[in-house]
Structures are given as structure tokens and as C-alpha cells.
Write a protein that binds this ligand. Structure first.
Ligand SMILES: Cc1ncc(COP(=O)(O)O)c(C=O)c1O
Length: 430
């Protein structure tokens, strides 16, 4: 669909709303094939793969398709080992304890559906967890008469201690596993995973960290963290091709976990590789090029700004906070979380309408999670998520979550602030 400013024709009754010119992204957009006509403030959902990494992936694809049999039989294992060496170093774990997988949803499913649950067992989550991953836990638990218990973590939130308190208060003698986001999806909060892991595991509760957003955003030391399981996406903030993620399993837990797809590894006579490696490294014919191209992301993200990855992290954190402040000022909201809990993303609760109007607005037909997002995308050309979150206090309301990547500019957040104010005013007439 063409969403360039020239092709965009606002609905006649709303023409006066578009009083600001749509801002362009910053100069570093040259590295990405992103549509310059879209104000793209959602790197967080599906990442964005730069030209350099797509080229690296293309090379692997060409190699594979030139002679597919030789590729799989002779080359694949060595290429995968090389990519794993590089990425294990990047996330901070021994390569033998890490497997490439396609995405975090797959990784969470892999763990919760591998473990043997007994009736009465509990899996602990909190209400900022990603819906698909909670579903995976519910699915695995319900098949065995086990239960998923949800710790209530407020938003707005005063600090990481609240997460610790609420999580530990929800632990019972039956809690076997806690699934905890390193960085939460709806609220963009970095959770105190080091303290949570230590406290939970000292109470006999294994921790599965959902690190979907963490690689590149947060400095990782996965093995040192000590969690039984860690899953992370390379295809979000590290900018890998879609379908590149990793699963770390602590050596003492590797015997409990098998991939969702069991292939030749199960009865392989090989003794030169662990069972974990034989099971996970071949799960049938897939496109392995996202994994093989992922090491090319490390020099890419490190080369974006002088000062390397630490400079990119500082830049994106500062930009997300500036963006949040611009938006908060425009809609009269208080920042709902301390700055230190927000790397690269920031969510703001939107002012609530009357319950009747909220119900009417929630019932509007929508392609995105909320019709407000449809309006921001299709009328204003801004890509930014809006969703309803039951955990919000004092009552469920909508959140908007901005992302900050090096190609974003302050003008883009000002434009969103303008668009959002106009749309909230428009909603008050509906
Ligand atoms: C916290 C969290 N977990 C899991 C996921 C799922 O990631 P994927 O779609 O790559 O499986 C997301 C995606 O946004 C997420 O934010």
C-alpha cells in the first residue's frame, strides 16, 4: 500500500487536522529499506532489517540454492557452528548451551511444553507478560491440571522493587516455574531479572526469562544470570532477519527440554555432540539464513554511531525518554515509570473517556488492536501501537508505546503528539 505523503488523501471532514507536515526520518534511515513516508515509531514489534544484513542473508540463500544437497549435508553444520560461536559470545553463554530458534514464542513454547507438569503445579507470570507466551503457559499447564498464576504489577509503577515484591508474594509451595520478561511488551519496562532470578531460584522456582527485546538493547550475560532458561530475539533490536532468535538452557536442565519438532537427532548414533545440540540443530528443512546472517548484525549495530553499541544504547534510551516527555506534555500525562526502567521504548496510558464512550470506542471495527492505531496509521501515517491493558490502574485503559531507534527524530515524536491530541479530541465527539 502506498502511504507516501503525496499519495495520502485525508478524509474531507478531517483535512484541517493535518496541520503539520509529516516529518522525515533521520539520516541513518539510509541503512534501512523502511518507507520514508511513514513515521515509523515501532521498531519494537518486528524490528527492521538493514540493507547490509539482508545482503549477507542473500549470500547465504544463494549458497544454499546453488546446490541444496551439498549445502545441507556438507556445509550447514559448520556454518551454523560459526554463527552460534559469534552469537553465544554476544549474549554471554557457552555455545554448547545455546540453540538457534525462530522466535521467542517458539522458545517459550519449547520450554513450557517440554517440562513435565503434575496436577496442582503452578507457573507464575505477571500481568505485563506477552499474551502469546502466557497462552503457551496456559496451554501446557491446562493439559496436565496445572495452573498459571498471575502476579499483579501496577502501571504506573514507582520502581523495580514493586515487581520484586509482587512477584515473590505470588510464589507458593506449588510454584515450579516463573516466566518473566526481561523487557515487557505492553509497558516497555526493563524488569530486575537478576534479582528476580536469584530470589525465585533460591526458593526452588526455575526462571524462564523472556528476553524478546533484550539483545542489543541490554548488555547480556546470559550464563552469569543463572536462569534455568533464557529466550531472546535477534530480529528485534539487533536487526536480524525475521526468524532469528535463541534459546539458552542451563546445562543441568538440558535433559528436560526438546524442540517442538523432533527430528533425526533423537536416535542419532553420533557421540561428538550433546543430545541438546543434536535435537535442536536440525528440526527438518527450514530457511536457516536468518540465523547464518545474524552475526553480520553485530558490526552493523556497533558501527551506527561513534562509540559503538554503548553509544547506540545511550542514544536510543535518551531519545525514548525525550519522545515520552513530548507525548506526555501533549496529552497531559505524568510519566508512569522511572526513567531508569525504560530502555528504547516508553508506554503512556492515554487519558480515559467516560466508561460509556470507552465501551463505544472499544467496539469500533479495527485492523490493529485499537481503532485509534488504525487512525494514526491510515490518516496520519504514523506507525505506533495502541492497546488496552487490563493491569492498568485505576481501570483498564489504553496505552500507546513509542520506540526509539537511531533513524527516529524528535520531530517525529512532536508530529505524533500533534496527531494524538487531535485524535483524542476527535474521539470526544464520537
Ligand atoms: C516480551 C515479548 N515476548 C515475546 C514476544 C514474541 O516475539 P516473537 O513474535 O518474535 O515470537 C514479544 C514480541 O513483541 C515480546 O515483546
Amino acid at each position: 500500500m502506498d502511504r507516501s505523503p503525496a499519495a495520502h488523501t485525508p478524509a474531507p471532514e478531517l483535512a484541517t487536522h493535518t496541520t503539520l507536515p509529516r516529518p522525515s526520518p533521520g539520516p541513518l534511515i539510509e541503512h534501512w529499506p523502511l518507507d520514508r513516508g511513514v513515521v515509523f515509531l515501532n521498531h519494537g514489534s518486528f524490528g527492521g532489517t538493514p540493507h547490509a544484513v539482508l545482503r549477507a542473508q542473500d549470500e547465504f540463500r544463494r549458497l544454499m540454492e546453488r546446490e541444496p544437497v551439498a549445502f545441507w549435508v556438507e556445509s550447514f553444520e559448520g556454518l551454523l557452528d560459526t554463527a552460534r560461536q559469534a552469537m553465544a559470545r554476544f549474549v554471554g553463554c557457552p555455545p554448547d548451551d545455546m540453540a538457534f530458534i525462530h522466535n521467542t514464542t517458539e522458545g517459550v513454547n519449547t520450554v513450557v511444553r517440554s517440562l513435565a507438569w503434575a496436577p496442582g503445579d503452578e507457573i507464575l507470570v505477571n500481568d505485563h507478560e506477552y499474551n502469546a507466551c502466557v497462552n503457551a503457559a496456559v496451554h501446557a499447564a491446562s493439559a496436565a491440571g496445572a495452573a498459571v498464576v498471575t502476579a499483579k504489577v501496577p502501571f504506573p509503577i514507582s520502581g523495580p522493587e514493586v515487581v520484586l515484591e509482587r512477584t515473590l508474594a505470588a510464589v507458593t509451595a506449588r510454584t515450579r516455574l516463573a516466566v518473566i520478561s526481561h523487557v515487557t511488551s505492553p509497558t516497555g519496562l526493563v524488569l530486575p531479572v537478576e534479582r528476580l532470578t536469584r530470589e525465585l531460584q533460591s526458593r526452588g522456582v526455575d526462571v524462564l526469562v523472556d528476553g524478546a527485546h533484550a539483545p542489543a538493547m541490554v548488555e547480556l550475560g546470559v550464563a552469569q544470570l543463572g536462569a534455568a532458561y533464557y529466550v531472546g530475539n535477534f530480529h528485534k533490536w539487533l536487526c536480524a532477519p525475521k526468524g532469528s532468535a535463541f534459546l539458552y538452557v542451563r546445562p543441568d536442565r538440558q535433559g528436560r527440554v526438546a524442540p517442538l519438532t523432533v527430528s533425526h537427532g533423537l536416535n542419532s548414533p553420533r557421540t561428538d555432540r550433546s543430545r541438546f545440540r543434536l535435537l535442536f540443530d536440525y528440526v527438518g528443512t527450514v530457511d536457516p539464513t536468518p540465523w547464518l546472517a545474524t552475526p553480520a548484525c553485530v558490526p552493523f549495530v556497533s558501527g551506527l554511531l561513534p562509540g559503538g553499541l554503548p553509544a547506540m544504547r545511550d542514544h536510543n534510551c535518551a531519545l525514548a525518554l525525550r519522545g515520552r516527555d513530548i507525548l506526555a506534555a501533549a496529552i497531559g500525562a505524568e510519566p508512569p515509570a522511572p526513567d531508569a526502567m525504560l530502555p528504547f521504548m516508553a508506554s503512556l496510558p492515554l487519558p480515559a473517556h467516560s466508561p460509556d464512550r470507552e465501551a463505544r470506542l472499544a467496539a469500533r471495527p479495527t485492523r490493529y488492536a485499537d481503532a485509534l492505531q488504525d487512525r494514526l496509521v491510515h490518516h496520519w501515517g504514523v506507525q505506533v501501537p495502541v492497546w488496552r491493558m487490563p493491569a492498568l490502574t485505576p481501570r483498564p485503559a489504553r496505552l500507546i508505546r513509542i520506540s526509539a531507534q537511531v533513524y527516529n527524530t524528535l520531530d517525529q515524536y512532536h508530529y505524533l503528539a500533534h496527531a494524538l491530541s487531535r485524535e483524542l479530541a476527535r474521539e470526544r465527539t464520537l
